[in-house]
Design a protein around this ligand. Structure first.
Ligand code: SF4
Ligand code: SF4
Length: 98
């Protein structure tokens, strides 16, 4: 099966619930969104935390154990759920573009 590599759609949804991510909670506004979010985009994109950088997370933590296709497929599923408004504390741990 050919897998199209995941691509961030820049919907900003993963940056709107960072109060559910322990390492990001300090950057959360009262509504749960990140103080660095401007519209749908990250205002500190080039300096965003590691947890916001999907490709860097894969390289650092999963490259040796998880096939790239599988990792990005799960990322795409998580994005789709966020886009449907389904936020799970367990599944949501990767904010930003990403
Ligand atoms: S990583 Fe996913 S949820 Fe976050 S902005 Fe990109 S497409 Fe949206
Ligand atoms: S990518 Fe990270 S730092 Fe940037 S707005 Fe989203 S949650 Fe905030």
């Amino acid at each position: 099966m050919t897998m199209t590599k995941w691509k961030c759609k820049q919907c900003g949804q993963c940056c709107r619930h960072i109060d559910t991510v322990p390492s990001m909670r300090r950057f959360a506004r009262e509504d749960g969104s990140c103080i660095f979010l401007r519209g749908n985009l990250c205002s500190i994109y080039d300096r965003r935390p590691l947890v916001c950088n999907v490709a860097a997370i894969y390289e650092k933590f999963f490259k040796d154990t998880v096939p790239e296709d599988e990792f990005y497929e799960k990322t795409a599923q998580a994005c789709a759920e966020l886009q449907k408004g389904i936020v799970s504390e367990h599944e949501h741990s990767e904010p930003g573009k990403h």
